[in-house]
Design a protein around this ligand. Structure first.
Ligand code: GDP
Ligand code: MN
Length: 478
């Protein structure tokens, strides 16, 4: 059976629905499509990219929305059911996150006040920058995760020498935060002028998928405890829906700062800043623009002391200038490798490798692995008509993930010939020295020949995909 399982139908349809918001041109195409693979092809057309929109709902703990740590996203009602977590999750996380320094550059172009600063990749550069800024600086790890402050990735200094010393220690170090337990290695630091902070506010503009419009979120309780506020007292975060056609009116923003109990003297500059954030978010097709802390200085001005921006990668074709700012270090290394090889692979964070042909069949396989009590390590579609060499490459790619304890192969031969697949698998086992259990369900064109080829190999055969999933879970976790 090739197609959509009921568990997957909901997120895929939600995804299609969510995409309707971001462009009328996609509406007509999207509405005409119903299957998972069709949905993915739409995306290819729109963006010229091959990224899949499945990571968030299939991948517990992998680099996802949560890892970037946006409090506002935690407040919004998630929009669909995630079978893997038995909970509700977000529709899309295959998005382009910008580093803080990139986000600040972007916002500055829209007139948002940001502290002066520069990026350094070593202590000497940091020293030069810190000196040029007068010494009183903040050194900030440029990693795409939330909670850097708590993780020890942000520190304030009174002189350039200490700032440079810290920068040298930070570069090359792995930062771990509650939002990102696996952590990320620091390759760059941002050295900025220290802002004198009298109060910290929280402002974000993000896509509310449930309401199908962008929403502005505002809180007087900004800073590092905002996650706590979002979790325990979400009503302390004021929301303003942004009409897709009309935008947001001044009176709505003035009402919002009053409702959020922003101190009177900060209200006007904050309203001005929020207008700029809303404009920036719309013009760069951002899913998220977040400023936390949005700092009030003792002299009453407002400065973006931190910034997160996520650009909807479906809209990247409209913003070629940002595709070059996408930082390669942000990508999962295996996904980056897959992109270079032109293989549709998404890392999901589990430990059962999955290879199949056709996106729908692969997703069914993921569901079956989950249903059998396993945790899928990846999505991988070998594509139609795969030759032995391609199959071998795919096995190699899945094996790059050190967590993989077992491999499930699910092939339904149509234009793909099962004997070709079998030859590729045999080559892969031979050359890559695969030692983990492998279960294969091979059906369709030339299945008989394929199964014959695999006889006597270390591969375990299964009749159905359910049986294959049960077997691999049993063998891998034995
Ligand atoms: P995050 O923890 O990853 O969100 O990193 P932030 O850039 O928000 O920094 C963490 C915390 O450091 C902020 O909440 C501020 O309290 C503090 N901080 C950052 N920059 C400055 C600054 O220029 N001046 C002062 N006084 N505090 C800062
Ligand atoms: Mn912050």
């Amino acid at each position: 059976m090739i197609g959509l399982s009921t568990q997957n139908a909901i997120p895929i349809m939600t995804w299609v629905a969510a995409k309707l918001v971001s462009g009328a041109e996609r509406l007509a195409i999207a509405a005409a499509q119903t299957t998972a693979s069709a949905a993915m092809k739409i995306q290819d057309k729109a963006s010229g990219q091959k990224k899949l929109k499945m990571r968030a709902w299939l991948s517990p703990g992998s680099e996802s929305v949560a890892a970037f740590g946006s409090a506002a996203e935690a407040v919004l009602k998630p929009t669909f059911y995630r079978p893997d977590r038995r909970s509700w999750g977000y529709a899309s996380a295959s998005r382009m996150k910008l580093h803080e320094y990139q986000a600040k550059e972007l916002l500055a172009r829209f007139g948002v006040p940001v502290p002066a600063g520069e990026v350094a990749t070593n202590a000497e550069e940091a020293l030069r920058i810190a000196r040029s800024l007068g010494g009183k600086t903040v050194v900030k790890a440029q990693v795409l995760m939330g909670g850097r402050g708590k993780a020890g990735g942000v520190r304030l200094f009174d002189n350039a020498e200490e700032a440079a010393h810290f920068a040298g220690e930070l570069i090359g170090k792995r930062l771990v935060s509650p939002q990102n337990p696996t952590g990320m290695v620091v390759e760059k630091v941002l050295v900025v002028t220290q802002v004198d902070i009298a109060a910290e506010f929280y402002v974000a503009v993000l896509l509310d998928r449930a309401k199908q419009c962008s929403t502005l979120m505002l809180s007087a309780a900004g800073g590092m405890e905002i996650e706590e506020v979002a979790a325990t007292n979400p009503s302390a975060i004021v929301r303003v829906p942004i009409d897709p056609a009309w935008g947001v009116a001044d009176f709505q923003l003035r009402d919002a700062v009053r409702r959020a109990k922003i101190p009177t003297r900060a209200q006007s500059p904050l309203v001005a800043l929020m207008k700029r954030l809303v404009k920036a978010a719309a013009e760069v097709d951002a899913d998220l623009v977040e400023v936390n802390p949005c700092a009030l200085t003792p002299d009453g001005s407002i400065v973006a002391a931190d910034a997160k921006v996520v650009i909807d990668d479906n809209a990247l074709f409209r913003h070629p200038e940002y595709s070059s700012t996408a930082d390669a270090s942000a990508e999962d290394p295996i996904e980056a490798q897959a992109t270079r090889q032109g293989i549709a692979y998404v890392r999901l964070g589990g430990d059962i490798g999955v290879i199949g042909n056709g996106a729908g069949l692969v997703m069914c396989s993921l569901d079956e692995v989950s249903a059998a009590g396993g945790r899928p390590a990846n999505f991988l579609d070998v594509g139609g008509g795969a030759q032995a060499e391609r199959v071998k490459e795919c096995v190699g790619l899945v094996m790059l993930d050190p967590n993989v304890k077992g491999l499930l192969i699910n092939i339904f031969g149509g234009i793909t010939r099962c004997d070709e697949v079998a030859r590729g698998l045999l080559q892969a086992f031979d050359e890559l020295n695969v030692r983990i259990p492998v279960v294969a369900r091979i059906e369709g064109t030339a299945a008989e020949e394929g199964r014959k080829l695999l006889e006597g190999s270390r591969l375990v055969a299964a009749e159905t995909m359910q049986e294959a999933a049960r077997k691999i879970v049993e063998l891998a976790y034995a």
